[in-house]
Design a protein around this ligand. Sequence first.
Ligand code: SF4
Ligand code: SF4
Length: 341
Amino acid sequence: MAVTYKCNSRCLTCNTWKVYLERPIDAEKELSKEELERFFERYNRFFWLSITGGEPFLRKDLSDIVRYAFESSPTMKILNIPTNGMHPNLVKNSVERILNDTEIPYFMVSVSLDGPRDIHERVRRVNGSWKKAIETIKALERLRAENPNLIVTFEHTISQFNVGAYHDLLAALKEEGLTEVLKNHTVTFMHHGQLYHNSISEVKSKEDIRILYDTIRKRESRFSYLGFIREIYLTLFEDYINQPNRQVLTCTAASRSCFIDPYGDVYPCVIWNEKIGNLREVDYDLYAVMESEKAERIRMHVREGICPVCWTPCEAYPAMITNPLKALLKSAFLKTRNLIR
Ligand code: SF4
Ligand code: SF4
Protein backbone atom coordinates (compact mmCIF):
# COMPACT_ATOMS: atom_id res chain seq x y z
CA MET A 1 0.00 0.00 0.00
CA ALA A 2 1.20 3.51 -0.78
CA VAL A 3 0.68 5.76 2.24
CA THR A 4 1.75 8.96 0.49
CA TYR A 5 2.72 10.29 -2.93
CA LYS A 6 4.95 12.98 -1.38
CA CYS A 7 8.48 12.49 -2.65
CA ASN A 8 11.71 14.40 -2.26
CA SER A 9 13.44 12.74 -5.21
CA ARG A 10 13.22 13.69 -8.89
CA CYS A 11 13.72 10.30 -10.52
CA LEU A 12 13.89 9.92 -14.29
CA THR A 13 12.18 6.54 -13.91
CA CYS A 14 8.98 7.65 -12.19
CA ASN A 15 6.63 10.63 -12.21
CA THR A 16 5.32 10.30 -8.65
CA TRP A 17 7.40 13.29 -7.47
CA LYS A 18 5.38 15.52 -9.83
CA VAL A 19 1.98 14.58 -8.41
CA TYR A 20 1.75 17.29 -5.73
CA LEU A 21 3.80 19.84 -7.66
CA GLU A 22 1.06 19.74 -10.29
CA ARG A 23 -1.92 19.40 -7.88
CA PRO A 24 -0.85 20.41 -4.35
CA ILE A 25 -4.46 20.29 -3.10
CA ASP A 26 -4.53 16.50 -3.64
CA ALA A 27 -2.06 15.98 -0.79
CA GLU A 28 -4.89 16.82 1.61
CA LYS A 29 -6.93 13.91 0.26
CA GLU A 30 -4.54 11.23 1.54
CA LEU A 31 -5.93 8.79 4.12
CA SER A 32 -5.37 10.15 7.62
CA LYS A 33 -3.83 8.23 10.48
CA GLU A 34 -7.32 7.71 11.97
CA GLU A 35 -8.69 6.37 8.69
CA LEU A 36 -5.79 3.94 8.39
CA GLU A 37 -6.38 2.82 11.98
CA ARG A 38 -10.00 2.04 11.10
CA PHE A 39 -8.84 0.17 7.98
CA PHE A 40 -6.43 -2.04 9.94
CA GLU A 41 -9.09 -2.67 12.60
CA ARG A 42 -11.41 -4.02 9.94
CA TYR A 43 -8.86 -6.11 7.99
CA ASN A 44 -6.69 -8.25 10.23
CA ARG A 45 -5.22 -11.00 8.07
CA PHE A 46 -2.04 -9.51 6.62
CA PHE A 47 0.86 -11.89 6.16
CA TRP A 48 3.18 -9.65 4.10
CA LEU A 49 2.61 -5.91 4.18
CA SER A 50 4.55 -3.65 1.89
CA ILE A 51 4.29 0.05 2.73
CA THR A 52 5.46 2.27 -0.07
CA GLY A 53 5.06 5.77 -1.52
CA GLY A 54 6.22 8.27 -2.79
CA GLU A 55 8.73 8.29 0.01
CA PRO A 56 6.89 6.54 2.87
CA PHE A 57 9.18 7.93 5.58
CA LEU A 58 7.93 11.44 4.78
CA ARG A 59 4.80 10.47 6.72
CA LYS A 60 5.50 11.58 10.26
CA ASP A 61 2.95 9.05 11.57
CA LEU A 62 4.51 6.08 9.74
CA SER A 63 5.47 4.26 12.94
CA ASP A 64 1.90 4.64 14.30
CA ILE A 65 0.50 3.26 11.05
CA VAL A 66 2.79 0.21 11.29
CA ARG A 67 1.90 -0.31 14.95
CA TYR A 68 -1.84 -0.35 14.14
CA ALA A 69 -1.21 -2.82 11.33
CA PHE A 70 0.85 -5.14 13.49
CA GLU A 71 -1.46 -4.99 16.52
CA SER A 72 -4.52 -5.80 14.44
CA SER A 73 -2.90 -8.52 12.27
CA PRO A 74 -1.14 -11.09 14.49
CA THR A 75 -0.68 -13.08 11.27
CA MET A 76 1.79 -10.49 9.93
CA LYS A 77 5.21 -12.06 9.40
CA ILE A 78 6.86 -9.73 6.90
CA LEU A 79 6.87 -5.94 6.69
CA ASN A 80 8.70 -4.28 3.85
CA ILE A 81 9.33 -0.54 3.54
CA PRO A 82 11.36 0.82 0.61
CA THR A 83 13.04 4.23 0.88
CA ASN A 84 15.07 6.55 -1.31
CA GLY A 85 17.29 7.07 1.75
CA MET A 86 17.47 10.84 1.34
CA HIS A 87 16.69 11.52 5.01
CA PRO A 88 19.00 9.26 7.06
CA ASN A 89 17.85 10.57 10.46
CA LEU A 90 14.17 10.45 9.62
CA VAL A 91 14.49 6.85 8.42
CA LYS A 92 16.60 5.80 11.39
CA ASN A 93 14.28 7.36 13.99
CA SER A 94 11.16 5.95 12.40
CA VAL A 95 12.65 2.44 12.06
CA GLU A 96 13.84 2.60 15.66
CA ARG A 97 10.32 3.45 16.84
CA ILE A 98 8.83 0.60 14.80
CA LEU A 99 11.38 -1.84 16.29
CA ASN A 100 10.51 -0.65 19.81
CA ASP A 101 6.74 -0.82 19.26
CA THR A 102 6.40 -4.13 17.38
CA GLU A 103 7.90 -7.59 17.09
CA ILE A 104 7.49 -8.24 13.39
CA PRO A 105 9.51 -11.42 12.59
CA TYR A 106 10.97 -10.03 9.35
CA PHE A 107 11.13 -6.26 9.06
CA MET A 108 12.81 -5.36 5.79
CA VAL A 109 13.92 -1.83 4.90
CA SER A 110 15.31 -1.50 1.40
CA VAL A 111 17.22 1.53 0.18
CA SER A 112 16.97 2.19 -3.57
CA LEU A 113 20.28 2.48 -5.41
CA ASP A 114 20.42 3.02 -9.17
CA GLY A 115 24.16 2.53 -9.62
CA PRO A 116 27.43 3.98 -8.32
CA ARG A 117 27.39 7.67 -7.31
CA ASP A 118 27.37 9.29 -10.78
CA ILE A 119 24.66 7.04 -12.22
CA HIS A 120 22.58 7.10 -9.04
CA GLU A 121 22.56 10.91 -8.97
CA ARG A 122 21.91 11.16 -12.70
CA VAL A 123 18.80 8.97 -12.31
CA ARG A 124 17.63 10.57 -9.04
CA ARG A 125 18.44 14.09 -10.26
CA VAL A 126 19.37 15.19 -6.71
CA ASN A 127 22.94 16.15 -5.87
CA GLY A 128 24.17 14.42 -2.73
CA SER A 129 21.51 11.69 -2.92
CA TRP A 130 24.16 8.92 -3.10
CA LYS A 131 25.90 10.09 0.10
CA LYS A 132 22.55 10.30 1.93
CA ALA A 133 21.53 6.82 0.76
CA ILE A 134 24.86 5.38 1.97
CA GLU A 135 24.47 7.17 5.33
CA THR A 136 20.98 5.67 5.61
CA ILE A 137 22.28 2.15 4.99
CA LYS A 138 25.03 2.63 7.59
CA ALA A 139 22.56 3.94 10.19
CA LEU A 140 20.24 0.99 9.53
CA GLU A 141 23.10 -1.50 9.78
CA ARG A 142 23.95 -0.09 13.22
CA LEU A 143 20.33 -0.69 14.28
CA ARG A 144 20.43 -4.19 12.86
CA ALA A 145 23.33 -5.11 15.14
CA GLU A 146 20.86 -5.01 18.07
CA ASN A 147 17.73 -6.08 16.20
CA PRO A 148 18.14 -9.38 14.36
CA ASN A 149 14.59 -9.13 12.91
CA LEU A 150 15.64 -6.05 10.92
CA ILE A 151 16.76 -6.89 7.40
CA VAL A 152 18.66 -4.10 5.68
CA THR A 153 18.76 -4.43 1.92
CA PHE A 154 19.23 -2.33 -1.14
CA GLU A 155 17.09 -2.53 -4.21
CA HIS A 156 18.55 -1.99 -7.66
CA THR A 157 15.89 -1.35 -10.27
CA ILE A 158 17.17 -1.71 -13.81
CA SER A 159 15.76 0.76 -16.31
CA GLN A 160 16.90 2.15 -19.67
CA PHE A 161 18.81 4.82 -17.66
CA ASN A 162 21.12 2.51 -15.69
CA VAL A 163 21.27 -0.81 -17.50
CA GLY A 164 24.72 -2.36 -17.01
CA ALA A 165 25.50 -0.42 -13.79
CA TYR A 166 24.93 -3.34 -11.40
CA HIS A 167 28.51 -4.61 -11.04
CA ASP A 168 29.92 -1.08 -10.69
CA LEU A 169 27.36 -0.50 -7.94
CA LEU A 170 28.55 -3.61 -6.07
CA ALA A 171 32.16 -2.39 -6.36
CA ALA A 172 31.18 1.07 -5.06
CA LEU A 173 29.43 -0.47 -2.05
CA LYS A 174 32.49 -2.59 -1.28
CA GLU A 175 34.58 0.59 -1.34
CA GLU A 176 32.16 2.11 1.16
CA GLY A 177 32.77 -0.91 3.41
CA LEU A 178 29.16 -2.07 3.05
CA THR A 179 29.83 -5.77 2.68
CA GLU A 180 26.86 -6.85 4.84
CA VAL A 181 24.19 -5.21 2.71
CA LEU A 182 25.70 -6.85 -0.38
CA LYS A 183 24.61 -10.23 0.98
CA ASN A 184 21.02 -9.18 0.93
CA HIS A 185 19.97 -7.21 -2.07
CA THR A 186 17.24 -7.24 -4.67
CA VAL A 187 17.50 -6.67 -8.40
CA THR A 188 14.24 -5.68 -10.07
CA PHE A 189 13.19 -4.21 -13.40
CA MET A 190 11.33 -1.06 -14.24
CA HIS A 191 7.77 -1.64 -15.37
CA HIS A 192 5.37 0.77 -16.94
CA GLY A 193 2.54 1.16 -14.43
CA GLN A 194 0.22 3.20 -12.29
CA LEU A 195 2.52 3.22 -9.24
CA TYR A 196 5.12 5.07 -11.27
CA HIS A 197 2.50 7.39 -12.71
CA ASN A 198 3.10 5.99 -16.16
CA SER A 199 6.71 6.91 -16.63
CA ILE A 200 8.08 4.84 -19.50
CA SER A 201 11.57 3.74 -18.59
CA GLU A 202 11.67 0.00 -19.19
CA VAL A 203 14.69 -1.53 -20.88
CA LYS A 204 13.76 -1.73 -24.56
CA SER A 205 16.65 -1.93 -27.02
CA LYS A 206 18.09 -5.30 -28.06
CA GLU A 207 21.56 -4.36 -26.84
CA ASP A 208 20.21 -3.27 -23.44
CA ILE A 209 18.26 -6.53 -23.13
CA ARG A 210 21.48 -8.45 -23.85
CA ILE A 211 23.23 -6.53 -21.04
CA LEU A 212 20.23 -7.21 -18.82
CA TYR A 213 20.52 -10.98 -19.40
CA ASP A 214 24.20 -10.79 -18.64
CA THR A 215 23.49 -8.96 -15.39
CA ILE A 216 20.92 -11.54 -14.33
CA ARG A 217 23.21 -14.46 -15.11
CA LYS A 218 26.25 -12.99 -13.37
CA ARG A 219 24.42 -11.68 -10.31
CA GLU A 220 25.76 -12.11 -6.78
CA SER A 221 23.65 -14.29 -4.54
CA ARG A 222 23.79 -15.82 -1.07
CA PHE A 223 21.57 -18.50 0.36
CA SER A 224 18.67 -17.44 2.59
CA TYR A 225 14.90 -18.00 2.45
CA LEU A 226 14.21 -14.58 0.92
CA GLY A 227 17.36 -14.88 -1.23
CA PHE A 228 16.04 -18.19 -2.61
CA ILE A 229 12.75 -16.58 -3.66
CA ARG A 230 14.69 -13.69 -5.28
CA GLU A 231 16.82 -16.16 -7.22
CA ILE A 232 13.77 -17.87 -8.66
CA TYR A 233 12.22 -14.48 -9.44
CA LEU A 234 15.28 -13.42 -11.43
CA THR A 235 15.58 -16.72 -13.27
CA LEU A 236 11.93 -16.49 -14.30
CA PHE A 237 12.40 -12.90 -15.44
CA GLU A 238 14.01 -14.29 -18.58
CA ASP A 239 10.72 -15.98 -19.37
CA TYR A 240 8.93 -12.63 -19.09
CA ILE A 241 11.44 -10.93 -21.41
CA ASN A 242 10.99 -13.70 -23.97
CA GLN A 243 7.19 -13.57 -23.85
CA PRO A 244 6.09 -10.25 -22.33
CA ASN A 245 2.44 -10.77 -23.27
CA ARG A 246 2.04 -14.01 -21.30
CA GLN A 247 2.00 -14.34 -17.50
CA VAL A 248 5.08 -16.18 -16.21
CA LEU A 249 3.00 -17.92 -13.52
CA THR A 250 -0.73 -17.55 -12.96
CA CYS A 251 -0.96 -14.17 -11.29
CA THR A 252 -2.69 -13.98 -7.89
CA ALA A 253 -3.36 -10.22 -7.93
CA ALA A 254 -6.80 -9.32 -6.51
CA SER A 255 -6.95 -12.77 -4.89
CA ARG A 256 -3.89 -12.95 -2.63
CA SER A 257 -2.79 -9.34 -2.86
CA CYS A 258 -3.91 -5.91 -3.97
CA PHE A 259 -2.61 -2.36 -4.13
CA ILE A 260 -4.13 0.52 -2.15
CA ASP A 261 -3.19 4.09 -3.03
CA PRO A 262 -2.93 7.00 -0.57
CA TYR A 263 -6.56 8.00 -1.23
CA GLY A 264 -8.01 4.57 -0.43
CA ASP A 265 -8.51 3.47 -4.03
CA VAL A 266 -8.00 -0.28 -4.35
CA TYR A 267 -6.43 -1.84 -7.47
CA PRO A 268 -5.52 -5.42 -8.34
CA CYS A 269 -1.80 -4.57 -8.44
CA VAL A 270 0.74 -1.77 -8.81
CA ILE A 271 0.66 -2.00 -12.61
CA TRP A 272 -2.96 -2.24 -13.72
CA ASN A 273 -4.91 0.99 -13.48
CA GLU A 274 -8.26 -0.78 -13.04
CA LYS A 275 -9.90 0.49 -9.86
CA ILE A 276 -11.84 -2.11 -7.86
CA GLY A 277 -13.34 0.27 -5.30
CA ASN A 278 -12.57 2.85 -2.63
CA LEU A 279 -12.16 2.22 1.10
CA ARG A 280 -13.89 5.43 2.12
CA GLU A 281 -17.08 4.33 0.37
CA VAL A 282 -17.33 1.12 2.43
CA ASP A 283 -16.29 2.33 5.89
CA TYR A 284 -12.67 1.18 5.24
CA ASP A 285 -13.73 -2.46 4.87
CA LEU A 286 -11.37 -4.17 2.41
CA TYR A 287 -13.53 -7.32 2.50
CA ALA A 288 -16.45 -5.33 1.07
CA VAL A 289 -14.26 -4.09 -1.81
CA MET A 290 -12.79 -7.50 -2.57
CA GLU A 291 -16.15 -9.31 -2.40
CA SER A 292 -17.79 -6.99 -4.93
CA GLU A 293 -18.91 -8.11 -8.40
CA LYS A 294 -16.26 -5.91 -9.96
CA ALA A 295 -13.52 -7.61 -7.90
CA GLU A 296 -14.79 -11.01 -9.05
CA ARG A 297 -14.74 -9.89 -12.69
CA ILE A 298 -11.20 -8.55 -12.34
CA ARG A 299 -10.02 -11.77 -10.68
CA MET A 300 -11.40 -13.72 -13.61
CA HIS A 301 -9.52 -11.48 -16.05
CA VAL A 302 -6.31 -11.86 -14.05
CA ARG A 303 -6.65 -15.65 -14.05
CA GLU A 304 -7.15 -15.59 -17.82
CA GLY A 305 -4.19 -13.27 -18.34
CA ILE A 306 -6.40 -10.44 -19.63
CA CYS A 307 -4.39 -7.66 -17.99
CA PRO A 308 -1.31 -5.58 -18.91
CA VAL A 309 0.92 -8.56 -17.85
CA CYS A 310 4.10 -7.94 -15.86
CA TRP A 311 6.69 -9.63 -13.65
CA THR A 312 6.93 -7.08 -10.88
CA PRO A 313 8.10 -8.53 -7.54
CA CYS A 314 5.08 -7.13 -5.63
CA GLU A 315 2.88 -9.61 -7.47
CA ALA A 316 5.46 -12.16 -8.65
CA TYR A 317 6.39 -13.17 -5.07
CA PRO A 318 2.80 -14.06 -4.07
CA ALA A 319 2.42 -15.95 -7.38
CA MET A 320 5.62 -17.96 -6.67
CA ILE A 321 4.58 -18.69 -3.07
CA THR A 322 1.15 -19.85 -4.29
CA ASN A 323 2.61 -22.03 -7.08
CA PRO A 324 5.96 -23.16 -5.57
CA LEU A 325 6.26 -26.38 -7.55
CA LYS A 326 5.57 -24.73 -10.90
CA ALA A 327 7.95 -21.87 -10.04
CA LEU A 328 10.72 -24.33 -9.08
CA LEU A 329 10.27 -26.54 -12.12
CA LYS A 330 10.16 -23.62 -14.55
CA SER A 331 13.22 -22.01 -12.98
CA ALA A 332 15.13 -25.34 -13.00
CA PHE A 333 14.26 -25.76 -16.69
CA LEU A 334 15.54 -22.25 -17.56
CA LYS A 335 18.75 -22.74 -15.55
CA THR A 336 19.45 -26.08 -17.23
CA ARG A 337 18.76 -24.60 -20.68
CA ASN A 338 21.19 -21.75 -19.96
CA LEU A 339 23.89 -24.24 -18.90
CA ILE A 340 23.47 -26.28 -22.09
CA ARG A 341 23.63 -23.19 -24.39
S1 SF4 B 1 10.98 6.10 -7.76
FE1 SF4 B 1 10.51 6.47 -5.60
S2 SF4 B 1 11.95 8.04 -5.00
FE2 SF4 B 1 11.87 8.10 -7.23
S3 SF4 B 1 10.30 9.65 -7.73
FE3 SF4 B 1 9.30 7.64 -7.70
S4 SF4 B 1 8.50 7.47 -5.62
FE4 SF4 B 1 10.04 9.09 -5.58
S1 SF4 C 1 0.26 -9.99 -14.31
FE1 SF4 C 1 0.95 -7.97 -13.60
S2 SF4 C 1 -0.43 -6.52 -14.57
FE2 SF4 C 1 -1.42 -8.51 -14.67
S3 SF4 C 1 -2.71 -8.55 -12.85
FE3 SF4 C 1 -0.79 -9.58 -12.37
S4 SF4 C 1 0.45 -7.99 -11.43
FE4 SF4 C 1 -1.20 -6.95 -12.52
